[in-house]
Design a protein around this ligand. Structure first.
Ligand SMILES: Cc1cc2nc3c(=O)[nH]c(=O)nc-3n(C[C@H](O)[C@H](O)[C@H](O)COP(=O)(O)O)c2cc1C
Length: 317
């Protein structure tokens, strides 16, 4: 798959997820074949005011797309130029965040309601960047205002290189199901690559999205939590593989956040990695009280040892 000048090694992409797609997680999915990673959404305004404390791109962390959110065209354009200068291989505009504190500032999904504003923003962002520029949209504001196709065409006319469609409305937030028909409609309406997103938690569903919508790429969010193997179109890793990846992930977290904060950071990932494994609930409750890196390591070792003693693994579900 190609996005503007960027040739990707895979058409499976990691979704931007606030609080989750940090450097260690992006590294883990990249090592499992993910074609393009996105940062979590970064405030354009914050980036301009605080620079590097708002955006860190690791060494060798390419290709990477930086997702920006904001509502002011001049601020977004300047931030896009700055992010490119800081090493972004692509810039993505967030037009899908439904969070109240974002929408009330006119950013995120609120942009879907104002095509003329979007046009101004994209034209200015395009002028300030030479790397690929993409947008991530929803189906619309609510079920009466589904305008993904119109926004996608407008974005294409402004020189955007690819569009990601998460076909839920802003009002739906993350409830209900994504309506993949909207992805198919956008795909039929534009010539630039279309990336489908929403409810692709298994290799079967990923393939189904490709087949049913004709999309060029699939962006995976929640399905990648604790499961980087999904980028190799595998349902999951074996317990042995999980243990290996947990070690790698924990080491990356330690290096990135420092020892003191590492136990806190790895815990949520441990829940995801071990979900569905035997006795995972007692492992999860044991984890919740652990604050020191050494005790978390110990808990991981003894948990996986106990699984291995049980012999061939069955899911506890
Ligand atoms: C915890 C969390 C944080 C998210 N943060 C962002 C974000 O920063 N920017 C964005 O465009 N979407 C964000 N999303 C939405 C995802 O990128 C994606 O569109 C959504 O989860 C649907 O895909 P999935 O069904 O594969 O998870 C977030 C989703 C979750 C669950």
């Amino acid at each position: 798959m190609r996005i503007g000048s960027l040739q990707l090694s895979s058409n499976l992409l990691l979704a931007p997820m606030a609080g989750i797609t940090d450097f260690p997680f992006r590294q883990i999915v990249r090592e499992h074949g993910c074609g393009l990673v996105f940062t979590e959404m970064v405030s354009a305004d914050g980036l301009l005011r605080k620079g590097e404390s708002f955006l860190k791109i690791g060494q060798g962390e390419h290709p990477i797309s930086v997702q920006l959110f904001g509502s002011d065209s001049a601020v977004l354009a300047e931030a896009a130029g700055m992010a490119q200068h800081m090493g972004a291989d692509a810039i993505d505009l967030n037009m899908g965040c439904p969070a109240k504190q974002v929408v009330k500032t006119g950013a995120g999904a609120d942009l879907m309601r104002f095509p003329q504003k979007v046009k101004k923003i994209l034209i200015e962002m395009r002028k300030r960047t030479t790397c690929p520029l993409t947008v991530k949209i929803r189906s619309g504001w609510n079920e009466r205002e589904v305008n993904a196709v119109a926004i996608a065409k407008l974005a294409e006319d402004c020189g955007v290189d690819a569009i990601t469609v998460h076909p839920r409305t802003k009002e739906q937030a993350f409830r209900g199901w994504a309506d993949w028909n909207v992805i198919a409609e956008v795909k039929r309406a534009v010539k630039i690559p279309v990336i489908g997103n929403g409810d692709v938690g298994t290799p079967f569903l990923i393939q189904k999205m490709f087949d049913e919508t004709g999309c060029d790429g699939v962006m995976i969010g929640r399905g990648a939590l604790g499961n980087p193997w999904i980028f190799r179109m595998r349902s999951s890793g074996s317990p042995e593989e999980k243990k290996g990846v947990i070690h790698r992930h924990f080491s990356l977290i330690e290096k990135y956040y420092g020892e003191e904060y590492s136990a806190h950071q790895i815990r949520k990932h441990l829940y995801w990695y071990t979900k569905g494994l035997p006795n995972c609930t007692s492992f999860h409750s044991r984890l919740s009280g652990l604050k020191r890196k050494e005790t978390v390591w110990e808990a991981i070792h003894s948990y996986f040892e106990s699984i291995q003693r049980r012999g061939p693994c069955q899911s506890s579900k």
